[in-house]
Design a protein around this ligand. Structure first.
Ligand code: ACO
Length: 432
């Protein structure tokens, strides 16, 4: 296979190196193209652009493969926990017992927010979306720790990373309590990561929440399955922000904002809203499927389709199995699950979805699990953000440690007005 690609422009041929990744994917390195030819490349939505070299996560969208640091997601889902997987993603290897103990210890030590942070929660209206609170609070919490305001330092990184992973869960639970007018519940060091989150969400000052192992495991699995997903919109945003040497907390807060949109992390909320709407309209899903195929309707089948997966999202398979198991254990009969199954079956047999290779993604069934646990719909994307934190941190670390990394600064093809004179206000005419 050739190590160079040739590009001909205006009769001149430019030789461009071809880079090959460890799994064989090939990329044409155009980093010298503009200086050599004066031309840039144009790739709306970046679907053909590799923005970095990364050793964290591998996805083969055609074959439905996802691996963190080389380990298949199916194996991690079966054998690992969110905290162990977080370590793997950030540090590049599965931890020894000692390393895991130290990492878990750091998470516990950092679980409490600075007490003054509590006043910030008071300033939000009760109706505030928890994603707005989460992004502000992540950014704001750095102000309480001077080292967190600094660009990357290897000496303080472990503590900062643990603080962020641990405190994002505390902030999320406090945001939920605030939105319900409930008193804040502090974390308990005896609980493990996910159990502690459920405790802060659902305990009362006078009664501890009953932690059922199946519920803890289901939520831990959701966190684990969301822990990284290479250069998606929010992770690319984190890298973008980190490329200017913004601190870890600012970079993660930017990631939360990018994740919020309904085409990305907000899809899990949008799926439940779609299923609710279908139920209210008395539709069995078939009318909705027809509308989703019609561009004019403005509807899409939420939880379906993916920029990278042109096959079943491997996380969706795992989540579906977990969803069935949990509902069975909790003896919950959720009518939305029946609608979801009907929609899935109909879409997978419909030429529109088959031709476009649209399959269920991770969000299609995760919301049903969260509903069963009692997590309100506006918290779904927050749960995604908690899970994604290790991936953002690993990407932040990767870009920060790369000595050759430069500030991200794409170019554009300008299509605006040509040089125009400044017109004094008295001579201006309103646009027709
Ligand atoms: N319902 C109906 N049609 C769809 C859907 C859908 N969910 N997704 C894509 N299509 C159609 C598009 O209209 C387009 O049709 P066309 O070729 O006739 O114009 C074709 O499939 C390709 O779609 P694009 O929008 O070009 O695909 P893109 O890669 O840009 O978008 C995305 C991917 C945003 C995920 C899209 O599939 C979507 O909107 N899905 C629903 C929202 C969702 O579930 N998002 C979660 C993604 S996973 C995550 O972030 C964790």
């Amino acid at each position: 296979m050739s190590n160079t690609a040739k590009l001909e422009l205006d009769g001149k041929v430019y030789e461009l190196p071809v880079v090959t990744g460890t799994e064989g994917e090939r990329a044409i390195d155009i980093s010298t193209l503009r200086s050599a030819s004066g031309a840039i490349t144009l790739d709306d939505g970046y679907s053909n652009t590799g923005s970095c070299r990364s050793a964290i996560t591998f996805i083969d969208g055609e074959r439905g493969i996802l691996r963190y640091r080389g380990i298949p997601i199916e194996e991690l889902a079966e054998k690992s926990t969110f905290v162990e997987t977080a370590y793997l993603i950030i540090y590049g290897h599965l931890p020894t017992s000692r390393e895991l103990q130290r990492f878990s210890g750091l998470l516990t030590q950092n679980e409490l927010l600075h007490e003054d942070m509590k006043f910030h929660f008071e300033g939000f209206p009760t109706s505030a979306h928890p994603m707005a609170i989460l992004s502000s609070m992540i950014n704001g919490s750095a102000c309480f720790y001077p080292e967190c305001m600094e660009p990357y330092h290897a000496e303080t990184f472990d503590e900062e990373a643990a603080r962020l992973i641990s405190q994002v869960r505390t902030i999320a639970a406090f945001a939920y309590r605030k939105s319900r007018g409930l008193p804040i519940i502090y974390p308990k060091p005896v609980y493990k990561y996910t159990a502690n989150f459920l405790h802060m969400m659902f305990s009362q000052p006078y009664a501890d929440y009953d932690l059922q192992p199946e519920v803890v495991r289901a939520l831990d699995l959701i966190f684990l399955l969301h822990a990284d997903h290479e250069q998606n919109c929010s992770t690319a945003t984190v890298r973008f922000t980190a490329s200017s040497q913004a601190n870890l907390f600012a970079s993660a807060a930017a990631g939360v904002c990018a994740l919020w949109g309904p085409l990305h992390g907000g899809a899990n909320q949008a799926v439940i809203e779609m299923l609710e709407q279908i139920r209210k309209e008395g539709d069995d899903g078939s009318k909705f499927i027809e509308a989703a195929k019609d561009k004019k309707s403005g509807r899409r089948l939420m939880g379906f389709g993916h920029r990278v997966y042109k096959n079943y999202d491997p996380r969706a398979k795992i989540i579906k199995a977990q969803c069935d198991a949990l509902l069975n254990t909790l003896k919950i009969n959720d009518p939305l699950l029946d609608i979801a199954i009907k929609l899935e079956t109909a879409a997978l047999n419909d030429p529109y979805f088959i031709e476009r290779k649209l399959y269920p993604n991770v969000d299609f069934y995760s919301g049903i699990i969260m509903r069963a646990i009692g997590i309100p719909v506006e918290m779904f994307t927050v749960i995604f953000a908690i899970g994604r934190m290790p991936g953002w941190i690993a990407n932040y670390l990767e870009i920060s440690e790369d000595k050759s990394s430069r500030i991200y600064r794409p170019r554009q093809v300008y299509v605006g007005a040509n040089k125009s004179p400044y017109v004094p206000i008295k001579d201006r005419r309103a646009a027709e």
